[in-house]
Design a protein around this ligand. Structure first.
Ligand SMILES: *Cc1c(COP(=O)(O)O)cnc(C)c1O
Length: 429
């Protein structure tokens, strides 16, 4: 079935089960652990917060524990997957996931830390060029990171941080408005730094167009892909994005607080003169253990590494990345659109049954502008709706005052999940 084909959905168990039967990815559901509610799998909608645990993760971690027990320090070279070069295994598969070249990506640290480290390189404000454009209602950690960066250089966040806001009465941003804002500030703009997918509305931004506009204005373009990596079909290199970072514990299923990934466009990665905060793991590998003075950065994204790799955390990441490598983003995105489309249909159907004013989807209707998330305003409902859904074995996400975020994840959610959720929602509204 083509992605753009309009599917005629039905709100029935038989129909949902039929979609599951035809789903080439349905077998992956069994490869994850689901939290249980009254002896049954919960209907898990928070894979955009913490992806479920693959059943293979324990084996990957155990391998490293065994090698640590067996070899001690020698495991750096003698382990089955030598720790010295453990992170190098991610370059190829991760490059595929984010649409980069292998030497443009590396796995290191945590997300907000990496955002800061990349801003050291790509936010270097001068007296005349110091502004940052970001989306209004960016994830709080990103807001704090931007604010503290701006202050660090002696600028005022009120003046230096420009937020792109939706028009009055709208929930999501128009690309044309973002581009107009970039143009308006082009004289003193240093950086455009946005999410790839906004965590609140689920809107996927047009990163190619935003990057082109930033470059035209003489600014760098960077993206926080926390809600985009493993969710959208990304083409960071083709879009000419300067830098990006993401966490691995949301759609990438690599466990709480898991290691983060970064992308640095090759034209920057190969430039050893770009300022950065350095550590031994970013240093020329040939002479790393000579322990000599004078930092010589690796001319790839690896040149941004500071510390040696957290192997136990990376083992969990590897379990998940191997699954992504097996399935591929194309298949995941195809199912994502069908599954999200089915959930959308069910919510619309219930809304109509309830008179048309109970549920409002604020995520873009066009699947080109969203991933696996629908954000819904439950008009006239408070948090007790959320509590009732939780009591029925649904795990959604609640944002005050009345937004429900639902992420149907193609790796492990089923069409039957969507149907069952619909039944519960209808009863609890
Ligand atoms: C989840 C998320 C974070 C979390 O940051 P950590 O450093 O991993 O704690 C930051 N930014 C965005 C946009 C997120 O979605």
């Amino acid at each position: 079935m083509k992605v753009n084909e309009k599917i005629k959905y039905e709100f029935s168990l038989a129909f949902a089960q039929q979609l599951d039967e035809k789903d080439p990815l349905s077998k992956y559901r069994e490869q994850f652990y689901f939290p249980q509610h009254e002896g049954k799998n919960v209907i898990y909608f928070t894979g955009n917060s913490l992806g479920l645990q693959p059943k293979s993760t324990a084996k990957y971690i155990q391998q490293e524990l065994d090698d640590w027990a067996k070899y001690g320090v020698e495991g750096h070279f003698n382990a089955k997957n030598p720790w010295y070069s453990y992170h190098e295994q991610f370059a190829e598969p991760l490059a595929k996931i984010v649409g980069a070249k292998p030497h443009e990506v590396v796995v290191m640290n945590q997300l907000t830390v990496n955002l800061h480290l990349l801003m050291v390189s790509f936010y270097r404000p001068s007296k005349n060029r110091y502004k940052i454009i970001c989306e209004a209602k960016a994830f709080p950690s990103d807001q704090y990171a931007l604010e503290s960066q701006v202050k660090h250089y002696g600028h005022s966040p009120d003046i230096a941080i420009i937020e792109a806001k939706p028009r009055l009465g709208e929930y999501t941003l128009r690309t044309e408005d973002i581009i107009a804002l970039i143009k308006e500030h082009s004289d003193d703009l240093a950086l455009v730094m946005m999410g790839g997918v906004n965590y609140y509305t689920g809107q996927a931004f047009e990163m190619d167009k935003i990057t082109a506009a930033a470059h035209k204005a003489g600014a760098f373009a960077g993206f926080d892909l926390a809600h985009a990596a493993g969710n959208l079909k990304l083409k960071l290199n083709e879009w000419n994005v300067d830098f990006a970072c993401w966490c691995s514990y949301k759609y990438l299923n690599s466990g709480p607080g898991g290691v983060s990934g970064i992308y640095v466009n090759e034209k920057h990665a190969m430039n050893k003169n770009i300022p950065r905060f350095a550590g031994w793991w970013g240093h020329n590998k040939e002479v790393r253990f000579k322990m000599e003075k004078g930092f010589d950065p690796i001319p790839t994204a690896e040149g941004w590494q500071i510390s040696n790799a957290p192997v136990i955390s990376m083992a969990a990441h590897k379990a998940a990345i191997d699954m992504f490598n097996e399935v591929g983003m194309d298949a995941l995105c195809e199912k994502r659109d069908k599954l999200t489309g089915y959930l959308e249909f069910i919510i619309d159907t219930i809304n109509e049954e309830k008179g048309g004013k109970a549920l409002e989807i604020i995520t873009p209707r066009d699947k080109k502008h969203r991933g696996a998330q629908l954000s819904i305003i439950a008009h006239g409902q408070g948090k007790d709706l959320f509590n009732r859904l939780m009591a029925k074995g649904v795990v959604p996400d609640w944002r005050e005052p009345n937004v429900i975020r639902l992420a149907p994840v193609p790796f492990y959610n089923s069409f039957e999940d969507m149907y069952r959720f619909g039944e519960i929602l209808k009863a609890e509204l």
